[in-house]
Design a protein around this ligand. Structure first.
Ligand code: ZN
Ligand code: ZN
Length: 109
């Protein structure tokens, strides 16, 4: 938060190219502000990486086994489960874990 040095009004940050300037609506003037007072305009990226596989906390030995080839060792049996990875309006993602080498991967639909 930065106040106008003349009238004490709250200054509004205005993006000007790569620079941030502050504008007082009362005085109708732009003001130069010291670097350390400039708020960051970087957008927060909160999305999880595409290939992230959530760690399952439930016991894997109760999960159903299906015939799925392990990309790691070629074993033909994998336990599977589904998990919601994104927003709730997206379908659940199916995950597999090899019964032999415990390699875990997700099904790409
Ligand atoms: Zn002012
Ligand atoms: Zn395997």
């Amino acid at each position: 938060m930065k106040l106008c040095q003349k009238c004490g009004s709250l200054l509004a940050p205005v993006k000007n190219g790569n620079k941030i300037e502050f504008f007082c609506h009362k005085c109708n003037k732009k003001q130069r502000i010291d670097k350390e007072n400039i708020p960051k305009f970087t957008e927060k990226i909160d999305r999880a990486p595409q290939d992230e596989i959530p760690i399952i906390e439930k016991q894997t030995n109760i999960l159903p086994i299906t015939n799925e080839e392990c990309p790691e060792c070629g074993n033909n049996e994998a336990r599977w489960w589904t998990q919601q990875t994104r927003s709730s309006d997206e379908p659940e993602t199916r995950f597999y874990r090899c019964t032999k080498c415990a390699k875990t991967w997700r099904e790409y639909s």
